[in-house]
Design a protein around this ligand. Sequence first.
Ligand code: FAD
Length: 469
Amino acid sequence: MTAPGTTPAPAAPPAPAAGPAPALALLPAPAAGWEVAADVVVVGSGVAGLTVALRCAAAGQRTVIVTKARLTDGSTRWAQGGIAAALGEGDTPEQHRADTHTAGAGLCDDAAVTTLVTEGPGAVRRLIAEGARFDTTDDGAIALTREGGHHRRRIAHAGGDATGAEISRALLDAVRAAGIETIENALALDLLKDAEGRAAGVTLHVMGEGRHDGVGAVRAPAVVLATGGMGQIFSATTNPPVSTGDGVAIALRAGAEVSDLEFVQFHPTVLYLGPGAEGQQPLISEAVRGEGAHLVDADGVRFMTGQHELGELAPRDIVAKGIMRRMRERGTDHMYLDGRHFGAAMWEHRFPTILAACRAHGIDPVTGLIPVAPAAHYASGGVRTDLHGRTTVPGLYACGETACTGVHGANRLASNSLLEGLVFAERIAAHIASAPRTAATAPAAPGRRGPPRPYGCCPPRPGPPSSAS
Ligand SMILES: Cc1cc2nc3c(=O)[nH]c(=O)nc-3n(C[C@H](O)[C@H](O)[C@H](O)COP(=O)(O)OP(=O)(O)OC[C@H]3O[C@@H](n4cnc5c(N)ncnc54)[C@H](O)[C@@H]3O)c2cc1C
């Protein structure tokens, strides 16, 4: 899906039209009854929004965070497996780059990927300096695990399988320590623009406790959309209730371009809770397979063997399709994950969150198979940005899962999303700090990535970039 005015007809797809997309009608809402002025307003309090806010505040910008539920709500705190970065001995950003391109099915933007993997290790170290506590080995090094599509152990994790909760805790503590103003229960409605069409703030509807109530506005020359994903538009998803694609909708109504929305990642191993299960479903992290669990059918056959050189640790789209194929062959709606050989101690130490979620549903991974099926997990596309997070509307930035930086191509590499939130948040803050406060600089239109391609049609999966080792 592309922005209005650029959507090609399925029968004879033309190249996307150049120029700004027309804005859609704004949401009907009463006039703002209250106003707050700031240099930067950040919409969303996940890893992306909190990091942008922290870096902007550190640069002396008056920063306000608005978030539609509680500060802790969002996908970030649910992240399990970890955050990918070339931190281990022998690993390099170049190898991480190659794995990212392969998982993205040849549709990643190389400049964005190179930015992610080269700036990633530093961004993770700054997160640690900010107070995030990652799991370590006996000698004090960061413990690294593997996930699908990675040829190396490169995933840093916290609390075993509670990485997002720890990142959220650390960033929120830092936000509080920095005294950044936050407004909870504040649903961002629409972008405000000035007479020249530049971003000038957001309108909000606040419901609940706090200093503000009803429809209001935060006026600021820099607006950062960090509203997360849109998994809730599917019947079964790993995403929490707040993940409803609001940032993409706000951007579209403001006339910003969006890109690659058709690339929704389905996570292969979501706990199967029966045919009627709807809404947020418990995730069984890929790290469980990374540590040696196997995908099997009801007869115990490891059906991914021989389908890809990485077998059960192939990129997510390949594993999800492998599961769907086997389900169809067997006339069933789920497969199984077998991690019984881990033993109780490893389950309790390494995957306490997943163990508890399974047991809460009457499944014990220590003694039995875990029923799994694919479910909607991650929006690889979103509001189109350049390498500074700028959208096609001057002064409007997008960051994290709501953005489409080009990093993920058609399929996100596991654990690249927390990293993208960190890396591009820092770049956005640096760009805002370098721009005049009263008039955020107009973006050069983000470069179109690669040649125009027909709607919904991916080129054949290429091998890793030639410079990969
Ligand atoms: C179960 C699960 C496990 C995952 N595991 C991993 C992992 O191991 N590694 C990894 O890299 N990624 C993982 N991901 C993906 C990753 O967690 C997310 O992509 C990432 O956290 C998104 O961060 P974000 O800041 O962009 O958005 P979020 O963390 O989703 O935050 C979005 C924020 O925007 C707010 N918001 C939304 N709409 C509005 C609105 N209209 N007005 C105001 N506020 C609004 C929300 O309330 C929320 O505060 C996982 C995701 C899930 C669901």
